[in-house]
Ligand binder design. Sequence first.
Ligand SMILES: Nc1ncnc2c1ncn2[C@@H]1O[C@H](COP(=O)(O)OP(=O)(O)OP(=O)(O)O)[C@@H](O)[C@H]1O
Ligand SMILES: Cc1ncc(CO)c(N)n1
Ligand SMILES: [Mg+2]
Length: 552
Amino acid sequence: MTFALYSLQVAPLVVFRQDRNSSFLSSNSDSNQKSKMHVSMTMQTDGASTNIHTSHNKIPHVLTVAGSDSGSGAGIQADLKACAARRVYCSTVITAVTAQNTVGVQGVNIMPEDFVAEQLRSVLSDMHVDVVKTGMLPSLNILKVLCQNLREFPVKALVVDPVMVSTSGDVLAGPSVLAGFREELLPMADIVTPNIKEASALLNNVPLKSVSDMRDAAKLIHELGPRNVLVKGGDLPDSLDSIDVFFDGEEFYELCSLRVNTRNTHGTGCTLASSIAAELAKGSSMLSAVKVAKRYVETALNYSKDLLIGNGAQGPFDHFLALKNITQNSCRQDRFNPNDLLLYAVTDSSMNRKWGHSIAEAVRAAVEGGATIVQLREKDAETRDFVDAAKVCLEICHSFRVPLLINDRIDVALACNADGVHVGQSDMPTHLARSLLGPEKIIGVSCKTPEQAEQAWIDGADYIGCGGVYPTNTKANNRTIGLDGLREVCQASKLPVVAIGGIGLSNAGAVMESVPNLKGVAVVSALFDRECVLSETRNLHAVIREAALSRK
Ligand SMILES: Nc1ncnc2c1ncn2[C@@H]1O[C@H](COP(=O)(O)OP(=O)(O)OP(=O)(O)O)[C@@H](O)[C@H]1O
Ligand SMILES: Cc1ncc(CO)c(N)n1
Ligand SMILES: [Mg+2]
């Protein structure tokens, strides 16, 4: 028997047998073909004929048979979220309703087995289910009802998460269910995913203390009949890594990920099993389904490591990987406040080089001096350096509650989760930038004419940068529109306008005063082609503020 370290070694080809009548695993091409098939047939029902049309837009479908968690971290709720996040349809058969939170399980109400049977029949007799995933099976009779339905309605794969004890230590399935797992359900399973405690319980309480113990356990559990075993090491004490052992009956794989330092691990097991089911439903092979699912759990934990829900020891995490954005942006009240355009600082790498400033130093000085929004315009930076610098600048800006935009580079903005982008007329079209960045991010567009301003508004921009107002060295071959051109655009624009081009300490006040609805001025050289960015910004900020106030 070989032992493969998955992170170092190329996985051998996994061949799934088709020798059992209960369930899959069929090949990818088979399942894809099925999903592409367009069926239109006529069925006789009591003498009446009904047309049944099956659309070829079939979505992979997982049925979860599990308990409800009122705190929504684990159980049915985790399964629904995981499947939605992995873009798979999820139907639900509820076996128990738990009163549960981040402290523990306060109560369990087991569904009558007849009603579990009714739910199973409702779903399986009507819908095309690809994969069944089981979670909390609180009684032997419920387990038996499930097995009977699986025999009656065979599916492509069965994923069994042998839920027995919650991480808080509360019992979710008793000893009689353990026998049911061993004798009836596991022999039907394509994969079983016990955690350390559950693996130990399945094996008459043998102690599991190391990865080597987990490997032995995986082998012994495999002998109970499941085609594949994943012993999860989330609860393995004293481990820097989060290691799961996968055994397919022939090879062992050690699936390694960095242990995320967080209290928010409630529901990782349910999520992992549902995600495996989701990948199998899409047609993935078992090993690749497990790898993808594990990577997904790790990413979700990482994204929500600082999330605070509930007062207990183990919190839920965010399946949609969105909370990081929300917490990072939460320092700003609004998504975009047009008043932020007042003193708009645009960086320039050659000027920073000339004065020996790093981009982060320049940005810090600008926001300390009163810049109200910052745009990174790094035309000649390597992508890698740009992303790294942008991440640092984002932290600096956010600590001052100042939004940070990226010039032109949507990819960089996405990679560092900047507040938005600024695009020119020949950069990424605004409507595409919007669809790539989503509804929340700020998008600014350079415009010289009322027509361009109108188009920017139609395409979903948030503000326009209008200029060059005066001639400037920072942009070659740039047509100057003058104060009159600026006024014309400002009057016509439905979006807030910031003026750019040749503006500095000497003329900023006049520009602000003479163009009534101008929101602010954008400057490059006036701040960054200077030795002391901080004092230049302070001075300019004072002038602009005074001009804006005197206008009111
Ligand atoms: N802190 C962590 N960092 C990274 N991965 C983790 C962490 N905790 C758990 N995991 C991973 O999450 C998956 C679920 O494992 P775990 O042992 O937590 O299951 P479980 O005890 O059944 O979870 P639960 O009962 O809370 O739903 C495994 O792939 C495990 O390696
Ligand atoms: C309902 C339910 N299912 C599974 C688990 C295991 O995490 C839990 N805590 N609650
Ligand atoms: Mg579990």
